[in-house]
Design a protein around this ligand. Structure first.
Ligand code: FE2
Ligand code: FE2
Length: 337
């Protein structure tokens, strides 16, 4: 039985409470849900407390709760948003079934879930961890593919502090929003879902080779020695070698990993052997932009528009993509500095 729609209860409720369905209820601890639960009393048209965190539900209450959830009468408070975000971020596919989450709440959940997954992957770049990351990335692409404009809410949540996982998530979010801009907001017409999935994965995983560079080098606040610099410059090759081992050898992912430090004027690394592909050019723009807008050990963060202007210099990047990035920032996101 499908739950009643929110329109059957007063609209104002939607501002203060989320209606939850059986999927969400089923994801909670049965006896001790992680947040306060409220029920809608139809006769008085009011929300009343049903369960308070710290209490324990009886079997009888569990049955009532199940029945009322089925009838669309069970809610959680938006004040508990942080708890709810944290809970759903561990079972990200719930985002796709919860019809009552707002776009920005979903964006918070994706940010938290994917940043944690990327951190796990950099800590342990092995198949089991990659699989979990992959599942979550596919939830993201399933959410974005029918309506890529949803990625704009994600771009409003870019991390400002630099870390490898923050940078990867920023590149993923921004790159997908930019891809949407380039494809006129209609991905379903522009490319098959599989191709979209792989570009998304490439954007998130472009720096995977950095997992093999020591933490002390990645976060060093002082200038690097030549040897340390060489190690870092080697990360595209290391990443390339990891692709096959992790069952990620798809053209778009490979292009992002291999080509994101290559520049159109022939500079950058590794030395160019073939022409940069679209995914590689996209990833290069996004990677440089995301590096500039975050605070790094050796440089302050640039405002977004200033960083976008920097990309115009020197014929290094695909100017069509840079122009689209500027349009995304100014026209779509209304960013003013
Ligand atoms: Fe890189
Ligand atoms: Fe990068």
């Amino acid at each position: 039985m499908t739950p009643k729609r929110l329109t059957e209860v007063p609209n104002a409720l939607n501002e203060e409470y989320y209606q939850i369905g059986l999927d969400i209820l089923g994801s909670f601890n049965k006896y001790r849900p992680p947040l306060n639960i409220f029920s809608f009393k139809e006769d008085v048209a009011r929300i009343m407390p049903f369960y308070k965190v710290g209490d324990r539900l009886s079997n009888e209450q569990i049955d009532v709760l199940h029945k009322m959830t089925q009838e669309g009468l069970i809610f959680v408070s938006r004040q508990d948003h942080p708890v709810y975000v944290d809970h759903i971020s561990y079972q990200l596919d719930l985002v796709l079934v919860d019809r009552n989450l707002k776009e920005k709440e979903i964006a918070d959940i994706f940010t938290q879930a994917l940043t944690r997954r990327m951190a796990e992957f950099f800590e342990q770049p092995v198949e089991v961890v990659k699989q979990k990351l992959w599942v979550d990335l596919m939830v993201l692409t399933e959410y974005l593919y029918p309506d890529i404009n949803r990625a704009r809410a994600l771009v409003r949540r870019l991390h400002t502090e630099h870390s490898l996982e923050n940078h990867s998530v920023n590149c993923g979010f921004l790159g997908l929003a930019l891809l949407g801009r380039i494809k006129n907001g209609n991905l379903e017409e522009a490319m098959p879902r599989k191709k979209f999935d792989r570009i998304a994965a490439g954007l998130f995983l472009h720096d995977m080779g950095m997992a093999k560079v020591g933490h002390h080098i990645r976060t060093k606040p002082k200038p690097l020695t030549i040897e340390e610099r060489n190690k870092i410059n080697h990360h595209t090759k290391v990443g390339h070698e990891m692709l096959a081992r992790l069952d990620l050898k798809f053209a778009e992912i490979e292009q992002c990993v291999d080509q994101h430090h290559e520049r159109l004027n022939g500079s950058g690394y590794p030395l160019k052997s073939v022409k940069q592909n679209f995914a590689g050019r996209l990833c290069a723009v996004v990677d440089s932009f995301c590096a500039m807008i975050s605070k790094r050990p050796y440089a302050p963060a640039l405002p977004m528009l200033k960083a976008a202007v920097e990309l115009n210099k020197g014929g290094l990047y695909d100017m069509e993509i840079v122009k689209m990035l500027q349009a995304l920032l100014v026209v779509d996101l209304k960013i003013r500095q």
